[in-house]
Write a protein that binds this ligand. Structure first.
Ligand code: AMP
Length: 626
């Protein structure tokens, strides 16, 4: 495909708002790039390159190579291609006005230097003084060459290569090239658009051009017959998304969709040596975890830096079931952003090499530890993590340890779709010494105990995970929760209740909480206090076992003042301790405040209602948090 054809499409894409038409335009472009008979006549397969270029990439996200072309080098190459009267300063000046390198590049007339194009503008370009138009493949080759340029004089060789390319560019091409080399595409095509477009181009299935028949599939399609509609099924889009998760390479996935269809995408697995995005966590409380998962997998939250370990043992031939495993790939360690950080962490690599005997992909945290093996603050890890120099000296100063908590692949088997329990069992099998402990808990007390133990040991806290959840790379879902510590608990008076429902219909199920509204407490016994002295602050209905509900009902029933429907007013007699996540101002309750996510902790038999917390304290707590 000619680079000019891509540049023209890029212009059009930039000119329109991102919507279904954008997806269809991208799909058409991919379909064209993906057919060897496409206009342009050359028979190279440009699909992968065009797909990556649209996202401003030459290399896939998992690939450590970079162009390493800074804005200054780019400005200089533009100046040189623009002719003897233009300096890099001129380009910089225009950039200050235009604010964007593509717009600046497109303003110059290139090609005045065409006789010099052979200086690095790709082969075959200097035939008889005339310059052939650039192809996508040539640009890709040249940029890959730039990425491979290292050592003495590499800056000037990069400059030559870039100059050679600009020198052959039209206005639209130079805009695209400048944006591409700096990774700032600005054409309104994001990853989601490319994902949908791949499905549309190669998996919509009826042979029409993308978007043409417009019958739609309900969910993602546009409306009536006049509107363009996407035809690829949600299933097709999900298959593309799944392959992207394991490969992190839009170019490869586009090719796979074209050549292998749905089955090819679904069969695509992990490859040892090709990092995937890390699964991420949301904040959540123990109550959230118990409510959502029932049984909760509790793990220590290590205060270090995330690493993904890829390893094929030296004696493993990479054969067997593990077709993807590069034979004898030594340990490779990748950061959360998939950068290769192996060289900075030799003892972790050694630990893997010494102890693991099958090909693996593991997920974990690198933690700095003291002589006793107790964790040190995160800042210590940072002194080591991306270090390029003095690695050995720093190794003596800061000791690192791997705490592995997940296993994505073991001995030829991808485990992403297995539940956490199963993955963790595999982890323990392949690396018992560094496998984090996974404890199953089914009540808040067990979680609290695990958290206390983790904090006592100097860790950050605990992670609460769904033991049944699969591993979803790059996803910040609800299956992994980093436990939010509860703030101080409150002592509240139960001033009302509501009957429960279903099998709990004979018991109180929801409790209206009050705090003292008349000045600070003295601790004196004010059991005679009327309900008016307490202002409501919220209702609690979670955190109670059946026994606790029965117990509370028995305690409260003698204090019922009145009953309307399911609502019961109670004499303020019983104090309970409640946890919560936050105090908010709220017009709903008479105190003017409300508790976010209140949960029952305990009945405080030892406290009288005069010892309960006051509105004044609530106000202070709310202020402190704000
Ligand atoms: P945060 O950085 O606060 O978003 O917390 C999530 C991070 O905690 C993850 O990206 C990991 O680097 C780290 N972490 C520590 N221990 C664990 C664990 N047991 N499971 C998952 N992530 C963990």
């Amino acid at each position: 495909m000619e680079f000019a054809a891509l540049a023209e499409q890029a212009e059009r894409l930039a000119a329109e708002a991102a919507d279904i038409e954008t997806t269809i335009r991208v799909a058409n472009l991919l379909a064209a790039a993906g057919s060897s008979t496409a206009a342009g006549g050359d028979d190279t397969d440009d699909l992968a390159t065009v797909t990556r270029f649209l996202l401003g990439r030459v290399f896939p996200a998992h690939d450590a190579r970079t162009l390493d072309i800074g804005p200054a080098l780019c400005r200089e190459a533009i100046a040189r291609a623009a002719g003897p009267n233009v300096t890099a300063d001129d380009v910089e000046e225009r950039l200050a006005e235009r604010g964007e390198i593509g717009a600046v590049a497109s303003e110059f007339e290139f090609g005045g230097q065409r006789g010099l194009a052979a200086f690095g503008g790709g082969d075959g370009s200097a035939g008889g003084g005339s310059v052939e138009s650039l192809t996508v493949a040539e640009v890709d080759d040249a940029l890959r060459g730039v990425a491979a340029t290292a050592g003495d004089g590499s800056e000037s060789r990069k400059l030559d290569a870039l100059f050679g390319l600009f020198n052959r560019c039209s206005s639209a091409e130079s805009k695209l090239l400048a944006r591409l080399v700096l990774g700032e595409m600005r054409i309104g095509v994001g990853e989601g658009t490319v994902r949908d477009a791949v499905a549309e181009a190669f998996l919509a299935g009826d042979g029409d051009a993308p978007g043409e028949s417009g019958d739609g599939n309900g969910d993602r399609a546009g409306g009536d017959a006049d509107d363009p509609a996407l035809r690829a099924s949600d299933e097709a889009v999900a298959a593309v998304a799944g392959a992207l998760q394991v490969t992190n390479d839009y170019g490869h996935v586009a090719t796979l969709a074209r050549d292998g269809g749905l089955d090819g995408l679904r069969d695509e697995g992990l490859a040892v040596g090709r990092p995937v995005q890390a699964m991420l966590a949301q904040a959540g409380t123990a109550t959230d975890a118990l409510d959502a998962f029932g049984e909760v997998a509790v793990e220590t939250k290590f205060d270090g830096a995330r690493v993904q370990v890829h390893y094929v043992p030296a004696n493993d031939d990479g054969a067997g079931d593990d077709a993807s495993a590069a034979a004898g790939l030594g340990p490779r360690l990748y950061s959360r952003n998939m950068d290769d950080v192996t060289d900075a962490l030799p003892e972790i690599a050694e630990c893997i090499e010494d102890r693991v005997s099958v090909p693996v992909i593991l997920d974990g945290e690198v933690v700095a530890v003291d002589e006793e093996g107790d964790p040190l603050p995160f800042q210590e890890v940072l002194r080591r993590f991306r270090r390029k120099h003095d690695v050995d000296r720093m190794r003596d100063e800061v000791t690192l340890r791997l705490d592995a908590f997940d296993c994505l692949h073991a001995d030829g088997e991808d485990l992403l779709d297995e539940p956490l329990r199963v993955r963790h069992d595999r982890l323990v099998e392949v690396l018992p010494d560094a496998a984090a402990v996974l404890e199953l808990a089914s009540d808040a007390d067990d979680i609290a105990a695990a958290e206390e133990a983790a904090l006592d040991a100097g860790h950050e806290g605990v992670m609460l995970k769904n033991p049944e959840a699969t591993y979803t790379p790059g996803d910040r879902g609800r299956d992994w929760l980093k436990r939010k510590p509860d703030v101080e608990t409150l002592d509240a008076v139960v001033v009302g209740a509501e009957w429960g429902e279903g099998r709990r219909a004979e018991l109180f199920g929801t409790f209206l909480l009050g705090v003292r509204s008349g000045g600070e407490g003295t601790g004196a016994n004010t059991n005679e206090a009327e309900g008016g002295e307490f202002a409501a602050i919220g209702k609690v209905a979670t955190g109670l076992t059946d026994e606790e509900l029965a117990d509370l009902t028995t305690r409260l029933e003698p204090h019922v003042v009145s009953e309307t429907g399911t609502e019961i007013t109670l004499r303020p007699e019983v104090v309970i301790e409640v946890g919560y996540e936050e105090i908010q101002t709220s017009p709903t309750y008479s105190s003017g405040y409300a508790l976010r996510f209140p949960r029952f902790v305990a009945v405080r038999e030892d406290k009288s209602v005069g010892d309960a917390d006051s509105v004044a304290r609530i106000a202070r707590l709310a202020d402190d948090a704000g």
